[in-house]
Write a protein that binds this ligand. Structure first.
Ligand SMILES: [Zn+2]
Length: 201
């Protein structure tokens, strides 16, 4: 049986969820609110669903100040959302860099095409740039579907290139069970956050 993670209550919608599905906030020494995505920062933690709505409600109802029993700074919902989004993107980016250092990444449509077709049973994920050409994008998506590989459209070419230490890349394939699992999980969280979905309550 899978070990259950402890449950915490979202200070926005008040529903209880697994801790892992929520976002933790801590208070910095200067009294500002810090989103703690890794759930590792010291001090008391306050939680919300990973949803813009819940963060907004928590801000508007001054729930952070109430929970921390002090006048909390930096509770502008838009700024918090942008910050969380940036942190989530950084995390996805850091897994891509790590996978790259571990030699688990190929990029460019020819190389990626080869890899998708070749090792059928190894776990993979296809990352497409948001600014990939329509032609290449369609071709790669088709091939991924055919090979049973999940494809995700995420960062732009420039960002993939920077993460890989290369010129801009529009198509990237990640291999290796650990990296693929982590990336899928992080990307799902990121997408749910952008879509405004989170824990069902
Ligand atoms: Zn909530």
């Amino acid at each position: 049986m899978a070990k259950e993670s402890p449950r915490r209550t979202c200070v926005g919608c008040r529903s209880a969820c697994d801790k892992d599905e929520l976002i933790r906030f801590v208070l910095a020494p200067d009294g500002t609110l810090v989103p703690d995505l890794m759930q590792k920062l010291p001090g008391r933690g306050v939680y919300t669903c990973l949803k813009e709505d819940c963060i907004r409600q928590a801000c508007e109802r001054k729930q952070f100040s109430r929970a921390f029993k002090t006048d909390v700074q930096g509770v502008d919902p838009e700024a918090l959302r942008d910050r969380i989004r940036a942190v989530m993107e950084d995390r996805i980016g850091s897994y891509i860099s790590l996978a790259n250092k571990a030699g688990k990444i190929v990029s460019g449509s020819d190389m990626v095409g080869e890899v998708l077709k070749k090792y059928k049973d190894t776990p993979k994920i296809l990352l497409l740039a948001s600014d990939v050409s329509e032609d290449i994008g369609n071709r790669m998506r088709c091939l991924a579907t055919h090979c049973g590989v999940e494809s995700v459209t995420l960062f732009d070419k420039e960002r993939y290139g920077a993460l890989l230490g290369k010129s801009p890349r529009s198509v990237v394939a990640v291999q290796g069970q650990g990296f693929v699992d982590k990336l899928k999980m992080e990307i799902t969280r990121y997408r749910n956050f952008l879509r405004g979905e989170g824990c069902a309550g």
